[in-house]
Write a protein that binds this ligand. Structure first.
Ligand SMILES: [Fe+2]
Length: 438
């Protein structure tokens, strides 16, 4: 049977297709729980191939070790359904298998091919877009959507979702004007498209438009910060960042408590945003009270070391900030080991993850020159381990702070010059400038 956009799903159960469309919609706008929705269909229709696929891809979108058993459970169902799957579904299964085996690059390649053949498969586009994000692949963040767009028309349900993704890709490619226009167009189509909201937030972050950013986020809060919005924490993170860079740390902490970390979640994506905000404050010697403690404890309890380099960096920040020397040493060993392995994370870790994790650890021990030595060669290649420019700014901030603290004044000033030139309206950059001058 055909889904909303005409992809063929291997089932004769109309209700399954209907539920699939609503689970996908929930995933598109990060509202509610797409897994719980699709489970309703799978209960009635246990051989619903695309249902198992959607379930696996939603888990994969979290990009952490804890979801691997769930993904493998979906794969074992899908293996038994091979003969009743169509070509598009088999390509998804191949991509899911590649992810589960650690071949994330292979997965992205499979999704590239799948989307070339089935450009209206919105699930493939979205999981592909998120995978590109986890690899900092800015060209494909934009290119994947541009390649599919001609197969869509403005009246298609989900067209705005494509524009939201395209806007983020354009922003990561540095086309800020285009990105803002595309993102605002997506918001006109669906004001609740929190990914499009986020793309425009990124434009404002990159252009140092903090005051405008705060107004843009706060005035539209009802559209992206709903109770059941699974992405609200990250849009709150951007809002907190604007406030922090404006020098309003108290407001940033209020937002931290209310939106970034309203409860002690064990989801790595949420943990890393919390760590990233607190680390920015740590670099500025700001008092954040007890906020690091529960976070760092959860990092220590989680079994995620060495799974994904970008998460490892944030875990190390929490250990350094709380003086967890033993956890830091164990993480370092795990990351060193991950670097010798196979698969995409091993490559990310070898090339940028390990030197950055070492640099953060060295920073924690007051070895600032060592930290600078480690960060300088990788600061422009850090996209390899994923995240956005705004997230990876933490690497540049750590480098500048290490240079300042290590007495490498000329280097610090030079790096700050670069920063003030790129973001001339960002008050934080000018505060750094004043410190270097002093
Ligand atoms: Fe972001």
């Amino acid at each position: 049977m055909d889904s909303l956009r005409g992809e063929s799903l291997s089932t004769s159960n109309a209700r399954s297709v209907e539920v699939y469309d609503s689970a996908l919609k929930a995933f598109n706008i990060y509202r509610g729980d797409p897994v719980a929705i699709i489970d309703e269909a799978l209960e009635q229709d246990p051989d619903f191939v695309s249902g198992h696929i959607l379930r696996a891809q939603v888990h994969i979108s979290m990009w952490e070790r804890s979801v691997v058993p769930e993904v493998e459970a979906s794969l074992s169902h899908l293996d038994g359904l091979h003969n009743s799957s169509n070509r598009r579904e088999r390509a998804h299964v191949r991509a899911i298998k590649q992810w589960a085996s650690g071949d994330w690059d292979g997965m992205r390649g499979t999704l590239d091919r799948l989307s070339a053949e089935h450009p209206r498969d919105l699930l493939a586009l979205q999981i592909g877009h998120l995978s590109d994000f986890y690899h900092g692949d800015r060209e494909n963040l934009r290119g994947r959507i541009l390649r599919a767009l001609p197969a869509w028309s403005r009246d298609d349900q989900g067209y705005g979702i494509l524009l939201g993704m395209l806007a983020f890709g354009q922003e990561e490619c540095g086309s800020y004007g285009q990105a803002e226009e595309t993102g605002r167009h997506a918001l006109d189509i669906d004001p609740e498209d929190c990914w499009a909201q986020h793309a425009v937030a990124h434009v404002m972050e990159m252009q140092g438009r903090q005051a405008e950013g705060i107004a843009f986020m706060e005035s539209r809060q009802a559209n992206w910060a709903q109770e059941d919005n699974g992405f609200a924490f990250h849009n709150w993170w951007h809002t907190a960042l604007y406030n922090l860079d404006q020098g309003n740390a108290a407001r940033a902490l209020e937002i931290f408590d209310r939106g970034v970390r309203p409860e002690p979640s064990e989801i790595q994506l949420m943990m890393l945003d919390a760590a990233a905000l607190l680390w920015r404050m740590h670099l500025q010697d700001l008092d954040v009270g007890e906020r690091w403690e529960e976070l760092s404890k959860l990092y220590q309890e989680a079994d995620e070391d060495g799974f994904y380099a970008f998460n490892d960096m944030h875990a190390m920040m929490s250990y350094v900030a709380t003086g967890r020397g033993r956890a830091a040493a164990a993480l370092l060993t795990a990351v060193e080991q991950a670097a010798t392995g196979e698969g995409t994370n091993a490559k990310m870790t070898r090339e940028v993850g390990l030197p950055i994790v070492r640099a953060v650890e060295a920073f924690g021990r007051g070895l600032y020159e060592e930290s600078v030595e480690l960060l300088m060669p990788v600061r422009y290649r850090a996209n390899i381990f994923g995240g956005s420019h705004a997230q990876r700014d933490i690497v540049h901030r750590t480098l500048i702070e290490a240079a300042l603290r290590g007495g490498l004044t000329d280097l610090a000033q030079a790096l700050i010059n670069e920063r003030t030139a790129l973001k001339p309206h960002c008050p934080f950059s000018w505060r750094l400038h004043q410190r270097a001058q002093a």
